[in-house]
Ligand binder design. Structure first.
Ligand SMILES: [Zn+2]
Length: 173
């Protein structure tokens, strides 16, 4: 069944034909992060797709994956393209290397999961939190509840992790 919702005033729509994303977000709605593990080569993949990007095997099963990782890169948005985000600037878009399967199948690869920087309760992070995060920051997954049946995976600072002394950030004021 398709999912339709409104997030920050924007329409979100996942088609009833998009079985992989429907299953992915069904887990997210329970604040439970799952990805597909290939039945052929055993590798986990992200984002959800119909076949394995490494061996093309279409068979997979959903497995729980720990939502912890390190910021691989980020974009700090000061001028929102989407009017819906205008009241939330500056905000961060994070690309996070999961700890799971990091460096596999080649040393340069990782499961890189995208999300916004958020507070532990899933709200977009305030400016003083945005300033503290950069490449190397340790983060953990949290969820933004949009509507019953739809939650978005996001990232927050992992309070229990050892953090880099100074995460790399673009030079600024
Ligand atoms: Zn495979």
């Amino acid at each position: 069944m398709a999912i339709t919702a409104t997030y920050l005033g924007m329409p979100l729509d996942i088609s009833g034909l998009d079985t992989e994303n429907l299953e992915y977000f069904r887990h997210c709605a329970g604040h439970d992060f799952h990805l597909q593990r290939c039945a052929g080569c055993g590798l986990v993949r992200y984002p959800p797709t119909t076949a394995c990007p490494w061996c093309a095997n279409p068979e997979a099963r959903w497995v729980p994956v720990e939502g912890r990782g390190t910021v691989h890169s980020y974009s700090e948005v000061h001028h929102a393209i989407q009017p819906a985000f205008k009241n939330h600037t500056p905000y961060l878009i994070l690309l996070v290397d999961l700890d799971t399967q990091n460096g596999e199948p080649t040393p340069d690869e990782a499961l890189r999961v995208i999300g916004n920087l958020a507070t532990p309760d899933g709200q977009l992070a305030p400016p003083d939190m945005v300033k503290r995060v950069g490449i190397g920051t340790r983060v953990r997954m949290v969820f933004s509840d949009v509507t019953p049946g739809l939650s978005l995976p996001q990232w927050t600072i992992d309070e229990t992790a050892t953090q880099p002394e100074k995460p790399w950030r673009y030079p600024q004021e």
